[in-house]
Ligand binder design. Structure first.
Ligand SMILES: *Cc1c(COP(=O)(O)O)cnc(C)c1O
Length: 400
């Protein structure tokens, strides 16, 4: 079948909740993906940072195949031999005390919301049903009802209400606004270390450190959503390390499985996750042995193959070279590690989408976020020569 035939079927039979580029992919290896016509592309989105380890990493694939021949799902009604090992390895890597495994990122966020509310009532002494959670404007934490209820993106929310109460949105990057928003009923502040979907928005230096101090001083749980920034994307295992802080709750997902399978987790201190009792939370697939085996190997290759260091080094190189591009439409080029964005001036003809379409024709796949931002987030295994290859194309796209 040809590209257009696939697209026709998709348009007729699928919900139109995405606006994908018109490329039908059927194979991936490392930083490269291929379409059904045999064209090769450099993947500069990495499935929104879920394939940090590169497409179809052979060691993760091996772990998945091996585990799938022994045991895939037990449910948590019984124990399995993979989950304790994932706990151990995750806690050692991230200095966490407790872990709760889920599947998607949104589920990890929902889990965190439940847990910090419970902590608020049972430990902090907030009156029942009065718990408040502070979030940031332009946040992206997923697509479930509770989560979109505190989104400030009208397109994500409109006509999906009514929404759950108990959330308050403050400007991102503004520590004073956080201090001012806290009341005796505030149980948590949830924030992305760098806002990914908003367009790789990096907060002012020292922001997270101040947020950490404010939360500690006010007995408020600091929840960092590292589902996108975590696991090497920004050049550290967790983005919180750039600020030398530790969150009370850290949410990870996406690259936790290297793109093989949905796996997410809430990493926590003793105080918050320690409150959950049997029957109060769960998931049929959460913590299943297949997911755990895949996640264990995805973490292992991330560390052993020095992908985090490579993200820091290659990210600095990529960003530095991109910054040399001069073009009247470019407003700003920013990034940390291999989480990079080019922002165009508002009103630029065709917007970011037309740049992405041009790049696609030249063999680079990236996706616009909002109208004027192009994100570059290749797998963390990318090498200098591949970046040079990409830079050549990106420069051409801007010189046309
Ligand atoms: C992708 C993402 C989520 C949601 O993850 P899903 O697996 O799509 O539910 C949550 N938070 C952030 C910061 C994300 O980037």
């Amino acid at each position: 079948m040809k590209t257009n035939e696939y697209i026709d079927i998709e348009n007729r039979l699928g919900a139109h909740n995405y606006k994908p580029l018109d490329v039908i992919l059927n194979r991936g290896e490392g930083i490269w993906v291929w379409d059904v016509e045999g064209n090769r592309y450099l993947d500069c989105l990495s499935a929104y940072s879920a394939v940090n380890q590169g497409h179809c990493h052979p060691k993760i694939r091996e772990a998945m195949m091996e585990q799938s021949q022994r045991m895939t799902l037990t449910s948590r009604a019984f124990r399995n031999d993979q989950l304790p090992l994932l706990y151990q390895e995750l806690c050692a890597l991230t200095r966490s005390h407790k872990v709760l495994p889920m599947n998607s990122g949104a589920e990890a966020v929902e889990t965190a919301i439940k847990c910090v509310r419970k902590w608020g009532y049972e430990t902090k002494g907030v009156p029942e049903n009065k718990a408040e959670i502070i979030v940031c404007k332009n946040n992206f934490h997923g697509r479930t009802l509770a989560i979109i209820g505190f989104s400030t993106d009208d397109n994500a929310r409109k006509n999906f209400g009514p929404f759950a109460p108990g959330f308050k949105a403050i400007p991102f990057g503004d520590a004073d606004a956080l201090e001012a928003a806290i009341t005796p009923n505030t149980v948590a502040f949830m924030v992305e270390p760098i806002q990914g979907e908003a367009g790789v928005i990096i907060p002012p230096a020292g922001y997270l450190k101040k947020a950490r101090e404010i939360c500690t001083r006010n007995n408020v749980v600091l929840v960092l959503d590292e589902i996108q920034t975590g696991l090497g994307r920004t050049g550290k295992l967790l983005a919180e390390e750039h600020d030398g802080i530790e969150a009370d709750l850290t949410l990870i997902g996406k690259a936790l499985s290297g793109g093989f399978y949905p796996v997410s987790a809430v990493l926590s201190n003793e105080a918050v996750l320690g409150l959950l009792q049997p029957g109060q939370h769960g998931s049929t697939f959460g913590g299943n042995p297949l997911a755990c085996a895949v996640a264990r190997q995805a973490l292992k290759v991330l560390i052993e193959e020095k992908m985090v260091e490579n993200s820091a080094n290659m990210g600095a190189y990529f960003l530095g070279e991109l910054k040399k591009i001069e073009h009247p439409a470019i407003k700003e080029i920013r990034g940390r590690g291999l989480m990079i964005a080019i922002e165009l001036f508002e009103g630029t003809e065709g917007g970011a989408r037309s740049v992405c379409e041009k790049l696609m024709k030249m063999g680079i796949l990236c996706k616009e976020t909002h109208t004027y931002t192009i994100r570059f987030a290749p797998p963390l295994v990318i090498k200098k020569e591949d970046i040079d290859w990409a830079l050549d194309k990106i420069k051409k796209a801007f010189s046309e």
